[in-house]
Ligand binder design. Structure first.
Ligand SMILES: [Zn+2]
Length: 174
């Protein structure tokens, strides 16, 4: 009888141990994923000192320190020319002008990125959970993506003008 009791206690102990473990593991899994993302190797690798030298103070603040430009101040907010928007740090093409729309939010907005040109990273800063958008080529911060887009993709890539450069479409091409 006594042996049975000990056995039972031991069984309970094992079960509670298991419960703890299964509660813990999803979180561990998440942290692991985030680490992989932040350790992602980018094609263009420069030291922060090199970035500081090639970018203006404002560009460095947004692109390399994940800053945000003030709304309605960026040069591409109300810019609707035909062409391609590039990463302002490494000049890789990111967005086509026909995916740009006026989201009335004060920042240039797109409903789709050029395939493979941006990567997403979970951002829990400022007490919010948002999906940060980085340039897939150099890892610079571009902005965030939200699921409230008005077009059929349902996405709103809310970008900083400072993070973008623009290449006008070549008129002789058509
Ligand atoms: Zn880039």
């Amino acid at each position: 009888m006594k042996t049975n009791y000990i056995y039972l206690v031991l069984l309970f102990f094992m079960m509670s141990l298991n419960a703890c473990q299964s509660q813990e593991s999803p979180q561990k899994e998440q942290t692991k994923k985030e680490n992989i993302m932040s350790n992602k190797e980018f094609k263009v690798i420069k030291s922060e000192e090199e970035w500081k030298q090639s970018l203006s103070d404002e560009e460095y603040f947004v692109l390399r320190q994940a800053g945000t430009e003030r709304p309605h101040t960026g040069k591409y907010n109300m810019h609707f020319e035909e062409g391609i928007y590039l990463c302002n740090a490494c000049k890789e093409p990111l967005f086509e002008s026909d995916t740009k729309f006026d989201a009335h939010c004060g920042w240039p907005s797109f409903d789709k990125a050029i395939k493979g040109k941006v990567v997403e990273k979970l951002d829990r800063s400022h007490g919010m959970t948002r999906m940060e958008i980085l340039c897939a080529s150099c890892g610079s911060h571009l902005g965030h993506v939200f699921n409230d887009g008005p077009t059929e993709t349902g996405l709103r890539y809310c970008m900083n003008s400072v993070s973008l450069d623009f290449e006008e479409a070549n008129e002789t091409e058509d």
